[in-house]
Design a protein around this ligand. Structure first.
Ligand code: SIN
Ligand code: FE2
Length: 217
């Protein structure tokens, strides 16, 4: 157990809340690293700008996305997949920043998934009103590796369900510096993000960013 001090900083050991068998919420785990993570996001988007991708069904996603790492997650009329090349630039995705790797290592170890080395990171940008409907992360080749998800900026309501789309998801408030890790029996859990409430965050303004680090290849 731990608490936050007056400034919302984590004090003592990380607070660890089980969301399901195999899934934990580590509140405030990366508050201190947040400025470095946001700077690293700026470095990524200088080379691979945010874009609104198209679903296979022809809808434009409200959440803007980009990637870094050896592979990037994509959706277009042809389907969902990973690709080593950014279709917008024709170039390889930017490298996974060292700050991302460090956080992935620390969070996965704290969640009980030792030895996790991500090779891909999807970077999501939420504006007020944008949402991510319930889905599974299942385009990765290897489901033995967990997903490490880092929240930055405005708070969001994270929906975390079960292995079936019809399992009613529970709702969790995710704040700046929180990390969710899911793997093992929860690896294919349905999850999503409720429409973002408007607000102003000292480090991101009217935005929320999310990093999901994966072993895609
Ligand atoms: C995702 O499922 O890709 C993102 C989850 C989040 O934004 O918290
Ligand atoms: Fe996801």
């Amino acid at each position: 157990m731990s608490t936050r001090d007056l400034f919302g900083e984590q004090v003592g050991a990380p607070e660890c809340e089980a969301l399901a068998d195999g899934a934990v919420l580590l509140r405030g785990l990366v508050v201190k690293e947040a400025p470095a993570l946001l700077r690293a996001i700026n470095g990524v988007i200088a080379r691979a700008p945010f874009r609104n991708m198209i679903t296979p069904g022809g809808f434009t996603m409200s959440v803007a996305m980009t990637n870094c790492g050896r592979a990037g997650w994509l959706t277009d009329r042809k389907g969902y997949r990973y690709d080593g090349i950014d279709p917008e630039t024709g170039q390889a995705w930017p490298e996974l920043p060292e700050a991302f790797m460090r956080v992935a290592r620390r969070a996965s170890a704290a969640a009980g998934y030792g030895g996790f080395v991500p090779d891909a990171c999807l970077v999501n940008r939420y504006e007020p009103g944008t949402r991510l409907s319930l889905h599974q992360d299942r385009n990765e080749r290897d489901f033995t590796a967990p997903i490490v998800s880092v929240s930055l900026g405005l708070p969001a309501v994270f929906l975390f369900g079960g292995a079936e789309r019809s399992d009613r998801p529970r709702r969790y408030r995710l704040e700046h510096g929180d990390v969710v890790v899911w793997g093992g029996p929860a690896r294919l859990a349905f999850h999503g993000v409720a429409p973002l409430a408007d607000g102003e965050h000292p480090s991101t303004g009217r935005l929320r960013f999310n990093l999901t680090m994966r072993k895609a290849l």
